[in-house]
Unconditional design. Structure first.
Length: 426
């Protein structure tokens, strides 16, 4: 089965999903059945489990959840797929793994439609990972976006506004470096699990480029790709707005530079926000921290790299209808909102646009969800395949070698990477 690549197909799937919020199926037709769930360890998912008694009472369905730590989760899912024992009815799958686990899950579009789930409330960048071909196989429950975090006090000291474009990032960063002791922006250029690609991808999209064409062949070595790569490398080597040593920075190094007060801007995942003002690990206070949607290239659309966890029903489940009933409850925006607003919790993650735009949610979280929604409104997301990890290794090596000076010809480096990836993809 082919992973969905057509934006039109995604839009059609979203448009077909307008419906009301979840309600238990009348008459409790699945009472007495047990839905067994295999989920990655997550405080968000545990918050859902803490509320599952209401679902059990409304439906008569019993719910059992097994958690697996992230480093072991893919292996556990693969074992469930290969074993085919039907030990679980519902599983959580990270976006990058979906293409290799398509045989583990089954289509659920008919059942989810009956549940009244509003698919249009999910951003397309998250929703695409629940689609295989033109069929719905899973629903987003956990998702991350990138934001531009910045030091409000340093911006004020330098007399500059929050940049809306990457071109303005350079201007603001240079002004901050002239007025303060901080570097302009902390960026990752070193190799580690593709972390040096996550900002670069925004520039690639912003210049009108992409990784692959409709046939799955590499096109990142186009003129748009060359411009994006030159821009990213120039932040370090020409504009000199990144800290010394950034050529080997991985994501955590960039985060640490910001937390230690050495950099004024940091494009990174939104879940990192709690670290940035934690007095046990950061010198920054809440009053000094600002955030905004990722900058654009010129007047282009906003973009963001995303990470998505979908939940699907296993192909071997004996309790398909009860499992779909559970998914209907699990993906109800009211459940997500309840967790977001729980004063006893500190759960930031949201995948429903309605919650990201919610006034109470943004009042509690300082507007971070509205900033995320701004990016997600126009973000397409990324297609992953079985060969994604090998592709990442090739791409991150090219970026790292250009940043370190090992290579100095951007087009030649991208052409070589494209040739190698074309061979990988066959």
């Amino acid at each position: 089965m082919k992973v969905l690549t057509s934006t039109l197909a995604i839009a059609a799937a979203l448009a077909a999903g307008h419906a009301s919020a979840w309600e238990a199926t009348e008459g409790q037709p699945f009472a007495g059945e047990t839905v067994r769930i295999l989920a990655v360890t997550s405080s968000q998912f545990q918050a859902h489990e803490a509320r599952v008694a209401a679902f059990e009472e409304a439906t008569g369905i019993d719910v059992e959840v097994d958690y697996v730590p992230f480093p072991n989760m893919r292996e556990a899912l693969t074992a469930e797929m290969i074993g085919g024992g039907g030990d679980y009815d519902v599983v959580s799958i990270m976006d990058q793994w979906v293409p290799s686990l398509t045989n583990l899950i089954q289509p659920i579009g008919d059942g989810i439609a009956a549940q009244g789930t509003d698919l249009s409330d999910f951003p397309a960048a998250h929703m695409r990972h629940g689609m295989i071909g033109d069929e719905l196989y899973g629903l987003p429950v956990r998702g991350h976006v990138q934001l531009m975090f910045y030091r409000t006090d340093l911006f004020e000291e330098a007399g500059v506004e929050v940049p809306q474009t990457w071109e303005e990032v350079v201007t603001a960063a240079q002004a901050i470096q002239e007025a303060t002791d901080a570097s302009g922006i902390a960026l990752p250029y070193g190799r580690l699990n593709g972390q040096n690609l996550m900002v670069w991808m925004n520039l690639l999209w912003g210049h009108g480029g992409d990784l692959f064409d409709d046939a799955g062949q590499p096109i990142f070595n186009s003129d748009a790709g060359v411009m994006a790569t030159e821009q990213y490398i120039n932040f370090l080597t020409v504009d000199e707005i990144a800290p010394a040593g950034s050529a080997v920075f991985v994501e955590q190094d960039a985060v640490n530079s910001f937390k230690q007060g050495n950099s004024a801007m940091l494009p990174v995942w939104w879940w990192v926000s709690s670290q940035l003002t934690d007095p046990e690990q950061s010198t920054i206070t809440a009053d000094q921290l600002g955030f905004a949607a990722m900058p654009t290239v010129g007047d282009g659309d906003r973009t963001t790299f995303t990470n998505t966890w979908i939940f699907g029903v296993t192909a071997e489940s004996d309790n398909r209808d009860a499992a779909i009933e559970y998914l209907g409850w699990l993906t109800d925006p009211a459940l997500e909102r309840d967790v977001l607003l729980d004063p006893e919790l500190s759960e930031l993650v949201a995948v429903h646009l309605s919650n990201m735009r919610d006034d109470e949610v943004n009042a509690r979280w300082g507007g971070i969800h509205a900033a995320a929604a701004d990016a997600l409104e126009t973000a397409d997301g990324i297609e992953f395949g079985d060969d994604w990890l090998r592709i990442v290794e090739v791409l991150e090596t090219a970026i790292s070698s250009l940043a370190s000076g090992e290579q100095d010809d951007v087009r030649a480096a991208l052409d070589a990477a494209a040739e190698e990836i074309a061979e990988i993809r066959g």
